[in-house]
Design a protein around this ligand. Structure first.
Ligand code: HDE
Length: 672
């Protein structure tokens, strides 16, 4: 062990004192160096997206896209570009819970051959506001209220709803945020979107407009609200742990990158403006073409050095990728570099290993806080002759901005199509399945029930009336309110939307291609449990890449009916059933009788039932269901109860588990 100066440390246990019971001495430079460094261990957290988790991986192109773009990752089939991805929540502070109802960040840094490209997106394809001018207002409104610093990581409070109910442009995004997308099951099970319309530019300088989509191979899946609330108590790191464990176990999460490509002429004809980030381009209007896949296969070595210090910037584009005039994007191009300077303590954050491009860097920028590079020689200017002219500019080989013609006079304002706020909100709501609609209504009801100022609730309902009376009526009923008049619209005539229903907007549209891979199932054991049934279920799960975890009244060994020992890895107390995707009560003569009277065990069984998860009960396990008040007589595809056992029960369980949830069981309020 040494000090930071490389001096060997003889004693790392005690400070230097004048006598064993005497005062500590100022000259103890070893103690002072250690404490001073410790005092400065924290850096400012991100203003938004403070809480996040990251992973390394690669992007692999399916085929060359040279006719569309000269961007390095898309030039050859099979070309692999290293990436670092950071997923995040938006509202909460760095230590806040993972399962808050919130938008999730989905930021990808591509270390391309021609420099770093950051695609800094979200898990929702639209945003709350249209113009960067409103971002600080939005964030101030949603963050904990300034007088008392509450609530943490939650939008269910007055200032957020006050702001959004005065900003009808937020209506569409509110639909997404109040939908199940706001409480994903896992970072690995969410879509990602670039949100803004970007440009592809090919080698001839021709440009097309492009929207980016990430599609998870595991499908899109979510939690239910009550489950998310309970998880936030028993495992605030739920999503961080899930991502970490999946990668450690070799179940590498994978996404397909797709693009919607269209021309400016197409865009001009759309009923909405593609520069408006509160609008998406329906897939039924412009299909999504898959262009490659991303695999995350390595956890960071050090959370701080990589996940915390990674600096994503929308300004980081490479030749072949360019911006459009989206006014929200314009603000972001400025903001991200600026924020890194204060967060990472100066302009040299690009030298931190996680931010450094793999492509070589040559320029005449010098000095500044925390400079790592040692520039040699006396030339730090261009043009020069003393350095042989190096480094010299690259001309057409370099980043050449797309020469977009400038139109109009300088002014503050918005194009007319920006004033239509409800067509796509309605499209989203109408395209949801019945349980998803019910969840949206419940989410609005919950959030607004936390709003203390009645006028804010009324104004929000007035806004929702422009989306759907089914939605507004459901929310009003849940709040015991009458429906107000609809909020007046800005445009006298609403542009006619191209698409009336977009099934792709439902989470159910992407069940995934990987079945139950990496899902976690709790298998309850106790003394006397049927060890053969446990083994059969575990084998069936393992075959599909899922994990059966033995949970007991305590951790440690239990004796099976067959006289063998099974080790409970977890207990009812340390891993409540909300942390699992499914539950198995394997049976065994008398195994569960002692548990039936226990309230904690009843809750262990009731929770997955109420959260519409798959449950398998065999033999005496069925009695435990009954003791928990779970009805076993109904027609429920997710509740497999076989009092006399059943040979193919494990296979049936695996099949039912692959459906993720059984919302046909759901009653609201829940019936157990
Ligand atoms: Fe961000 N955003 N943002 N944002 N954002 C930040 O940058 C900002 C917006 C997004 O994992 C900050 O490094 C402005 C849209 C992600 O490190 C900051 C505006 C979208 C992340 C910032 C927006 C995003 C950030 C905070 C409106 C989806 C986390 C710390 C003009 C497309 C990246 C930081 C990570 C982070 C500013 C709007 C996504 C302050 C000014 C729209 C995923 O610079």
């Amino acid at each position: 062990m040494t000090t930071n100066q490389g001096v060997p440390v003889a004693d790392n246990q005690s400070s230097l004192k004048a006598g064993l019971r005497g005062p500590a001495l100022l000259k103890d430079f070893i103690l002072r160096e250690k404490i001073t460094h410790f005092d400065h261990e924290r850096i400012p957290e991100r203003i938004v997206h403070a809480r996040g988790s990251g992973a390394h991986g690669y992007f692999e192109a399916y085929k060359p896209l040279t006719s569309l773009t000269r961007a390095a990752p898309f030039q050859e089939a099979g070309k692999r570009t290293p990436v670092f991805v950071r997923f995040s929540t938006v509202q909460g502070e760095r230590g806040s819970k993972d399962t808050a109802r919130d938008v999730r960040g989905f930021a990808v840094k591509f270390y391309t051959d021609e420099g770093n490209w950051d695609l800094v997106g979200n898990n929702m394809p639209v945003f709350f506001i249209q113009d960067a001018m409103k971002f600080p207002d939005l964030v101030h409104a949603v963050k904990p209220e300034p007088h008392h610093g509450m609530p943490q990581a939650g939008s269910a409070h007055d200032t957020f709803w006050d702001f959004v109910s005065l900003m009808p442009e937020s209506t569409h995004m509110l639909m997404w945020a109040m939908s199940d997308r706001g409480i994903p099951r896992s970072y690995r099970m969410m879509q990602g979107f670039g949100v803004h319309t970007y440009r592809f530019v090919n080698g001839d300088g021709q440009s097309s407009l492009v929207k980016f989509h990430w599609k998870p191979l595991l499908g899109t899946h979510s939690l239910v609200w009550e489950e998310a609330v309970k998880i936030s108590g028993c495992d605030p790191d739920f999503h961080r742990r899930d991502l970490w464990e999946a990668i450690e176990s070799g179940a590498y999460p994978e996404w397909e990158l797709g693009v919607q490509v269209f021309s400016e002429a197409d865009a001009d004809k759309f009923s909405f403006d593609v520069l408006d980030a509160t609008k998406l381009v329906p897939e039924e209007l412009v299909p999504v073409t898959p262009i490659g896949r991303m695999v995350l296969n390595r956890n960071p070595d050090n959370f701080f050095a990589e996940t915390e210090q990674v600096a994503f910037c929308t300004a980081h584009v490479v030749p072949g990728i360019d911006f459009t005039n989206d006014p929200l994007l314009a603000g972001r191009i400025h903001s991200y570099v600026d924020t890194q300077i204060s967060r990472l303590g100066g302009p040299n954050f690009h030298e931190l290993p996680i931010n450094a491009p793999l492509a070589p860097v040559h320029n005449n920028q010098r000095d500044g806080m925390h400079r790592q590079a040692i520039h040699r020689g006396r030339v730090s200017y261009e043009p020069n002759s003393l350095g042989g002219g190096c480094p010299f500019q690259t001309g057409q080989m370099g980043f050449v901005p797309f020469p977009e013609p400038i139109q109009g006079d300088e002014m503050r304002g918005k194009p007319e199509k920006f004033a239509e706020h409800y067509n796509q909100a309605r499209l989203f709501f109408d395209s949801q399945t019945a349980p998803e609609k019910a969840h949206i209504i419940a989410a609005f009801r919950f959030e607004l029930s936390k709003v203390t100022v009645p006028a804010i609730r009324t104004r929000t309902l007035a806004m929702l009336r422009n989306v759907s009376d089914e939605l507004a009526g459901g929310v009003a009923e849940g709040l015991g309110m009458d429906l107000p008049e609809a909020m007046p619209r800005a445009l006298p005539r609403t542009p006619k939307p191209e698409v009336k229903a977009s099934p792709a907007l439902s989470l159910m549209a992407l069940p995934g291609e990987q079945g139950i891979r990496s899902r976690k199932v709790a298998i309850v054991i106790a003394d006397g449990v049927d060890g053969a049934a446990v083994a059969a279920v575990q084998a069936a799960l393992a075959k599909e890449g899922a994990m059966g975890r033995l949970v007991g009244p305590r951790v440690g060994p239990f004796t099976t009916a067959q006289g063998k020992t099974l080790e409970a890895e977890a207990s009812f107390e340390n891993e409540p059933s909300v942390l699992f995707d499914g539950l198995v009560l394997p049976g065994g003569e008398g195994a569960f009788a002692a548990l039936a009277g226990n309230g904690q065990v009843r809750e262990y069984v009731q929770d997955p039932y109420r959260h519409c998860k798959t449950i398998l009960a065999l033999g005496s396990g069925v009695d435990l269901l009954a003791a928990a008040g779970v009805p076993t007589d109904g027609d429920d595809a997710g509740l497999l109860a076989f009092a006399k056992g059943k040979a193919n029960a494990p296979a049936a369980f695996v099949k039912a588990l692959s459906l993720h949830r059984h919302f046909e069981r759901e009653t609201d309020p829940p019936r157990v």
